[in-house]
Design a protein around this ligand. Sequence first.
Ligand code: UTP
Length: 408
Amino acid sequence: MKKEEALRVLRDRGQEQLLRFYDELSPSERDNLIGQIERIDWETVALFDHPEDLTGKGRIAPLKGLDVGEIAQRKAEFLSVGKAAIGAGKVGAVLLAGGQGTRLGSDAPKGTFNVGITRTVSIFERLMCNLKESNSVCDATVPLYIMTSEKNDRETRAFFEQNAYFGYPASEVKFFVQETAPCVGTDGKILLEEKGKIASSPNGNGGWYASLLQAGLGEDLDKRGVEWLNVFAVDNVLQRIADPVFVGATIAEGVNCGAKVVRKTCPEERVGVLCLEDGAPNIIEYYEIPKETAAARDERGELLYPYGVILNYLFRVSRLKEMEKARIPVHVVKKKIPCLDEAGNPIMPQTENGYKFETLILDMVRLMGNCLPYEVVREREFAPIKNKTGTDSVESARELLARNGVEL
Ligand code: UTP
């Protein structure tokens, strides 16, 4: 593509501001910018003007899960099924580490964050310890796939290398980079991060399977005979990964997907709620669930919609393959986006100044057709680090780690 053609493409879409500083760029910067323009997914950008209606309209109903009591009663059965599957190499793990961790306010990959007090303990180290624990119970080495983003891939890989993969065999750890989407201002115009660089961001955690395939790792799954993938967030330092009891329960119940959940502390708690919508599993975000639904109780006084998701799912690979071409909805989310102003000066916004386009893993659960809510004890398995202080913060996670006997 030449400048004239790029200009025509941009004019047709009212986006010619992207070439505002073209004449100031070096020849290689110019080529690079034109390349970025060529790769813009205009269908996604058009969602700014015509966003999909993502508020559930279907009939919401409770989804029966396995509660802590039932899991305890059937633990031996689940453990034996899970151990057999993990021991036979049928389970892989996927760490979602492509997020930007803006709430934590650090530019480094979130997993490199030090949660230690008297010694250095990175988030990645905690997660690898948790995974190794499951491995030792099952006498296996679960292959680990780590999703990074263009922004943090190099640093993440280097961190694993510097730390000798935290004692994990390097051959069992594979990295892949998730795709990005352009960011737009509140007027829908695509923003520039530098004079020759479009502002872009990772396209949300719902793109993990497509990005894994894009990186050629589908073959790796097939070669190894991986039938289940345990997908988990980078920021929950207490979670069990490739937990054999969870794996066994999901397999024994014959579903395509299992979701670790915690019992909500109150109807208003800000967690996504796992339920049914028109008969299919669905996760409703806390800001979308009607108040009366969130507060509804059964005859024993228990919440009808008690299960909050913690972003730890088990997906059946054959179902993922069947749904490979299915479209995952794109959410248009207001965020703070560093960019250039019209004069080319960099802006570090203090308030939201634009939108990112993101797909969410919770929308994948619906595509699985069915899902088992699997309750875990919050104090033992849920210590997310989202913020610097307060709720779901470094402070609260440190306290929970200490309570679980982890030396910091
Ligand atoms: P969050 O929704 O907490 O987003 O991600 P975040 O980017 O880490 O943090 P904030 O909102 O900017 O503060 C939940 C999980 O999904 C991953 C994150 O790395 C985390 O493990 N994620 C999120 C991705 O892998 N890619 C994305 O594009 C977004």
